[in-house]
Design a protein around this ligand. Structure first.
Ligand code: NAI
Length: 326
């Protein structure tokens, strides 16, 4: 368990309480990372954390602050690269009781998590000129495409849309698109189409039901997941998972929400739903389904909700209401 920065400790505490009330009571190894770890241990990524995840192969993670423009490399990116968590999995599902412009949506955003522009390869060529390298490899693209189509087959999804900008980045995005289309041939029952990323943004706003599974490289995936979260109620409710072949790290799509940190009003639902994905991975789907049912029932009844959902409740009150339903 990584409590995280900003609203992290508030939402992780609430989520742990719900999980334990539902019968999931592991021996938590609570380990700091990010800004909190830097202040406490002098490093944003303590060895103890890497050892713990190597051993347990699963982590529930609060958001971590990344300094803007200067400072240490994102711990989020480092963890994903270190554990080869190549698939970032973000279900975009409308829930009854969560106000949003759209209802009945059930999309899935799958983002390649280890390369693209997040490779961190940047340098100053001469003062005033900076180069940032976008890495796309056949190997990593095949891996994320196979993950996506395998999942789509298992979940009986109908279509995968590859999102790209291959009209401009003909080599890098061109390779990503081509390899995804090659892998798609192995899954003839799933339709594979493609969409240029700027057009995809507009299509998602005006007719999101046109999409089913969206497959993207790292940067587009990061941006489109926040956009898609906005279609179903915002960052406070959308879950996420980072999967590799050996382990999984489960975290909400959102960040540390510095504007509301410490106020006790952060929405715990996104992290709770990420924890439900974690329970599925560790073979405790039943507990996850019970929590999901309690959450949906609580939402259908309309109370209590945190300010991001238009309510006045605190993180703690939302957690308590879900526990009562359980
Ligand atoms: P953010 O996601 O933290 O906040 C964006 C907006 O959404 C804010 O208005 C915030 O109040 C709201 N929001 C986010 N989570 C919420 C919740 N649970 N309940 C209610 N409202 C919520 O994005 P921002 O401000 O761009 O990033 C802040 C920090 O978080 C940065 O240091 C960034 O690097 C980091 N970050 C970390 C992530 C991670 O650990 N996976 C992901 C995204 C950002």
């Amino acid at each position: 368990m990584i409590p995280g920065d900003g609203v992290g400790p508030e939402i992780t505490d609430a989520v742990v309480r719900v999980l334990e009330a539902a019968g999931f009571r592991p021996k938590w190894e609570r380990i700091l990372a990010g800004d909190a770890a830097l202040k406490e241990h002098g490093t944003p990524l303590p060895e103890e954390l890497l050892d713990s995840i190597t051993r347990t192969r699963v982590a529930l993670k609060g958001p971590l602050k990344t300094p803007i423009g200067t400072g240490y490399k994102s711990v989020n990116v480092t963890l994903r690269q270190h554990f080869n968590l190549y698939a970032n999995f973000r279900p975009i599902v409308s829930l009854e009781g969560i106000a949003s412009k759209w209802s009945g949506l059930n999309l899935l955003v799958v983002r390649e998590n280890t390369e693209g522009l997040y490779s961190g390869l940047e340098h100053e060529v001469v003062p005033g000129v900076v180069e940032s390298l976008k890495i796309i490899t056949r190997k990593a693209t095949e891996r994320i495409a196979r993950f996506t189509f395998r999942h789509a087959r298992r979940a009986r999804r109908k279509k995968v849309t590859v999102i790209h900008k291959a009209n401009i980045m003909k080599l890098s995005d061109g390779l990503f698109l081509r390899v995804c289309q090659e892998v798609a041939q192995e899954y003839p029952e799933i339709k594979c189409d493609e969409c240029i990323v700027d057009n995809a943004c507009m299509q998602l706003i005006i007719r999101p039901e046109h999409f089913d599974v969206l497959l993207l490289e790292n940067l587009y995936g990061d941006i489109i997941s926040d956009l898609a979260a906005g279609l179903v109620g915002g960052l406070g409710v959308v879950p996420g998972a980072n999967y590799g072949d050996k382990c999984g790290i489960f975290e909400a799509v959102h960040g540390t929400a510095p504007d509301i940190a410490g106020k006790g009003i952060a929405n715990p639902i996104a992290l709770l739903r990420s924890a439900i994905l974690m329970l599925k991975l560790v073979g405790l789907s039943k507990i996850g389904a019970n929590i999901d049912r309690a959450l949906r029932e609580m939402l259908r009844e309309g109370k209590p909700t945190t300010p991001d959902m238009g309510g006045k409740a605190t993180t703690e009150q939302v957690a308590r209401a879900i526990i009562e339903k359980l």
